[in-house]
Design a binder for this molecule. Structure first.
Ligand SMILES: [Zn+2]
Length: 181
C-alpha cells in the first residue's frame, strides 16, 4: 500500500484549526491590551461621542477619535511598531500608519509635521509627528485624528445596532484602549 506523504484535506484542516486558535488567542490578549495616550500633553480634549458618529463628512461613519490640542503638540507612538506608511493625502493631510506586534494598525492624521519615515521602527513613547490641521481638517480646530484598525476581527465589538456595525470588529474605539494615568 503506497504511503500518502501529503494528505491535502488533512493539512488544510490543520491550517484552519491553527488559524482559528490564533484568532481566539488574539481575542483573549486584546481584553488586556492598553496603549499609551498618543498626544504628549496635559491639555488634550476629546468628545467621547465622536467615535462611530454618523454621518461624518465624506465617510459614512467616523472610525476614530479626534484629540484636540495646540498646534505643534507632540504625537507619540502609543505602542511599539513599524511605520507602514508616512505620507500625505487630501483627506488625512500628513498621516502615519504604524503596525504593532499585536497586528493593530494605528492611524494618525492631520499632522502639521511628520517626524518618522516609512520603514522606521518606532518605540513606545517616541515621537511620530506634531498636531496640526492638514488635509480636510483645514477649517477645524487643531487636532489629531486617531484610529485603531485590528487585522484580526475582535468579536466582542460586533454591534448589531450601529451603522456598519460589523466593521466595529476591525475599527476599535481608541478610547477603550488608552491607559488612564
Ligand atoms: Zn477625525
Amino acid at each position: 500500500m503506497p504511503i500518502n506523504k501529503f494528505n491535502a484535506p488533512h493539512t488544510i484542516k490543520l491550517i484552519l484549526l491553527a488559524l482559528a486558535c490564533l484568532i481566539v488567542l488574539f481575542n483573549i490578549v486584546e481584553l488586556f491590551e492598553k496603549i499609551t495616550f498618543p498626544v504628549d500633553s496635559q491639555i488634550t480634549e476629546w468628545n467621547t461621542e465622536s467615535f462611530w458618529k454618523a454621518p461624518w463628512g465624506n465617510s459614512s461613519v467616523h472610525r476614530g477619535v479626534d484629540l484636540f490640542d495646540d498646534l505643534g503638540a507632540k504625537v507619540i507612538n502609543p505602542s511599539s511598531g513599524l511605520v507602514l506608511k508616512s505620507g500625505f493625502s487630501n483627506n488625512g493631510g500628513n498621516y502615519v500608519y504604524i503596525i504593532s506586534p499585536s497586528l493593530k494598525v494605528y492611524y494618525f492624521a492631520h499632522l502639521s509635521k511628520r517626524l518618522c519615515q516609512t520603514g522606521n521602527y518606532i518605540r513606545n513613547g517616541e515621537p511620530i509627528g506634531l498636531v496640526g490641521d492638514s488635509g480636510n481638517a483645514r477649517y477645524s480646530p487643531f487636532h489629531l485624528h486617531f484610529s485603531i484598525f485590528s487585522c484580526v476581527p475582535i468579536f466582542r465589538h460586533y454591534d448589531f445596532k450601529a451603522v456598519l456595525g460589523w466593521q466595529k470588529m476591525f475599527y476599535l474605539n481608541p478610547l477603550e484602549y488608552l491607559k488612564n494615568d
